[in-house]
Design a protein around this ligand. Structure first.
Ligand code: CDV
Length: 311
């Protein structure tokens, strides 16, 4: 029996700062219904899919910052999304800003959840690679304050048995780091789901602007091929609050080939029937880790953080 998971990569166009959660959830539900019409099993939404990408602003009022975070999942505004997904028998990946209060300690995470066809949360991942900076940097056209607003991950990169296979999750900047895919690859990941918000312009590296879509595809295709895994990458795209964001939403096979992609920068689905057994030919030959990896030579990867050239 082939193990086919039909996936919708559910790209979102911009979300305005003034858009309510209810307005956004309506758009997510429209994606669910279209995905159902197209025979999907699983819908993948972007990073921070319930709000505008708020780390672009420097804010000091904690109440204002916390207004972008969810204290409960599902909460009153997101319950309709869970209800509709359950009614349609669809699973989903959702990125959102998570506020947790435990024993009087408040934490903030950039989080993604995996929800099964019954509307149950079966996996939670908190973003490991938080890009950007911590302090206000007025020279930038816009800020990228993820290091300020989010706490460090306490999840690492787990994988879950779900949808007939082994699924992992990561978020946005994680996709640029080979370690992200390899840690999940070493747990047998067959499909890696990820959402992103990527401005076309990266203020510290303006000469990369013209390459931003190329780099997006490059890292996800490499991660797929080198680990014999499907990769589903989903953008929040278009000009959001005056900041142009890349699209480039795509579904990549374990061969490293993109098999479905969006065309525009608005709300749009890219759909593919993904055969999880297509991973086997890569995982059992070129990337048979047990046969060919040489971890005794990889120690620096975990021992050393920054590059230290020889004297
Ligand atoms: N949301 C992100 O993680 N964005 C980064 C930007 C800062 C480059 C990314 O890697 O796409």
């Amino acid at each position: 029996m082939p193990r086919i998971v039909t996936v919708a990569a559910a790209q979102l166009g911009p979300i305005a700062r003034s858009d309510s959660r209810a307005m956004v959830v309506e758009r997510l539900i429209a994606h669910l219904r279209e995905a159902k019409r197209m025979g999907c099993d699983l819908v993948v939404f972007p990073e921070l899919a319930l709000t505008t990408f708020f780390p672009r602003w420097f804010m000091t009022d904690q109440a204002e910052i916390d207004s972008f975070f969810e204290r409960r999942m599902p909460g009153p505004e997101t319950q309709p999304l869970f209800d509709e997904a359950r009614r349609l028998g669809l699973g989903f990946y959702l990125g959102y800003a998570e506020l947790v209060e435990e024993n009087g300690v408040v934490s903030h995470f950039n989080t993604a959840i995996l929800v099964d066809r019954n509307g149950q949360i079966i996996g939670k991942y908190r973003k490991v690679h938080l890009p950007g900076h911590r302090e206000h940097e007025p020279w930038r056209r816009f800020q990228h304050l993820e290091k300020r607003y989010f706490d460090l991950s306490d999840t690492g990169f787990p994988v879950w048995r779900a949808f007939g296979g082994i699924l992992g999750m990561c978020i946005c900047n994680d996709r640029r780091w080979p370690e992200t895919y390899r840690v999940m690859g070493l747990q047998g990941a067959e499909m890696i789901l990820l959402g992103y918000n990527t401005p076309v312009h990266n203020p510290p590296a303006p000469d990369h602007d013209a390459l931003s879509l190329h780099h997006n595809t490059l890292v996800m295709q490499a991660g797929a091929y080198q680990n014999g895994s499907w990769v589903v990458g989903v953008a929040k795209a278009g000009s959001e609050e005056g900041v142009p964001m890349i699209a480039g939403t795509q579904i990549i096979a374990p061969s490293g080939m993109t098999v479905a992609a969006t065309r525009g920068e608005g709300d749009e689905l890219a759909v593919a029937a993904c055969d999880l057994d297509a991973c086997t030919t890569y995982k059992s030959t070129t990337f048979n880790f047990a046969a060919h990896r040489m971890p005794q030579h990889y120690g620096l990867i975990t021992e050393r953080k920054g590059a230290e050239p020889p004297p």
